[in-house]
Design a protein around this ligand. Structure first.
Ligand SMILES: Nc1ncnc2c1ncn2[C@@H]1O[C@H](COP(=O)(O)OP(=O)(O)OP(=O)(O)O)[C@@H](O)[C@H]1O
Ligand SMILES: [Mg+2]
Length: 319
């Protein structure tokens, strides 16, 4: 897929995090297979893919928890160092909090681990817990919180040292809609201020609404990546809906890359190849009959996901 990080905001710029040809095997199993991806800063990037696609493995490699068999992780073109990674924030899929520790103390503890003074860690813990709507639980033991609250607390521990690179494995899993909105805003604010924010999720509607960029992986390699709006607009799954009166549909047969996928009463639906301009199709329709209504339906991220995974499964069966 010809895509450059510069496309994301319409100008050419340095890529902040680059995953280059990464392969990770576990015994005979190849969890990541020459995987490539770019994660620009300043926008939210969603990592999506079916169960077992390799998302958690990829995030662990990016964080240096796993050393890959091959490949490299670069920031601004240079290999990531242990020092770089110490400044990053990480929220693992398997949550790791101290059950008996009070909420506020937990965030302070993680802040102290990153070298903050007690006073600074305390100040930031209050600000973050307030932002994540947990400050009223400051003195409660962690294991007295609900699952979703513990998740928000885990997020606070990942952000307390104000990391510039934030990596989260399924941060939205199990959260209620208010908490999802709250956490989304927390991440959006960090991205807007220039952070790299990469998170995995199975909630494709949420990723579609929230993320400017996605990386979709399957069987350990990237199957689709880039700006979400561009991917949806340029997909072969677009459909032009026309209310057209009079005549046959012969005019459609004369158009290259256009086919009828539905026709009832005076409404027809046309699928349009990525290279075809829908306005040119509309022009042809207006010559053929009277167009009283029209619309371009873009595929949802979920539809792109199913199409990419189906294509990858058939490619996998011949590999
Ligand atoms: N420590 C490990 N030892 C052996 N195999 C592993 C290990 N970690 C992951 N795998 C395998 O690597 C593949 C990718 O797993 P991974 O956890 O990265 O998937 P995922 O995309 O995060 O899935 P999910 O959506 O279920 O979280 C799977 O086949 C898994 O069994
Ligand atoms: Mg996972």
């Amino acid at each position: 897929m010809p895509w450059h990080a510069g496309d994301v905001r319409g100008y050419s710029r340095e890529v902040s995090l680059e995953i280059v040809d990464v392969t990770q095997t576990f015994g005979e199993r190849r969890a990541l297979d020459s995987l490539n991806a770019v994660v620009p800063d300043g926008v939210l990037t969603g990592l999506v893919g079916p169960n077992g696609a390799g998302k958690t493995t990829l995030l662990r490699v990016v964080l240096g928890v796993l050393s890959p068999d091959a490949g490299s992780i670069l920031t601004d073109g240079l290999p990531v160092t242990a020092d770089d990674r110490r400044r990053w924030g990480y929220m693992p899929q398997e949550r790791g909090l101290y059950a008996g520790m009070p909420v506020g103390e937990q965030v302070i503890y993680f802040g102290r681990l990153h070298g903050l003074s007690r006073a600074e860690a305390t100040r930031r813990a209050h600000a973050l817990l307030d932002e994540l709507d947990l400050d009223d639980r400051w003195a409660d033991r962690t294991d007295k919180l609900s699952g979703g609250m513990q998740q928000r607390l885990q997020m606070a521990t990942a952000l307390v040292h104000e990391p510039e690179v934030i990596i989260l494995d399924e941060p939205f899993n199990g959260l209620d809609p208010v908490a999802v909105a709250n956490l989304s805003e927390t991440l959006r604010v960090r991205a807007r201020s220039g952070c790299v924010v990469l998170f995995s999720s199975h909630q494709l509607d949420l990723v579609q609404d929230l993320c400017e960029v996605i990386t979709m992986i399957d069987h350990g390699h990237t199957v689709l990546e880039g700006n979400v709006a561009q991917l949806r607009a340029s997909s072969g799954l677009r459909q032009l809906r026309l209310h057209i009166t009079g005549g046959s549909l012969d005019w459609v047969d004369r158009l290259h890359g256009v086919s009828v996928v539905g026709a009832e009463a005076d409404e027809i639906r046309l699928s349009i190849a990525p290279s075809i301009d829908p306005l040119a199709v509309l022009d042809a329709a207006r010559v053929a009959g009277q167009v009283t209504d029209f619309g371009l339906d873009l595929p949802t991220l979920s539809q792109l996901f199913f199409a990419a995974v189906a294509a990858d499964n058939s490619a996998e069966s011949v590999r």
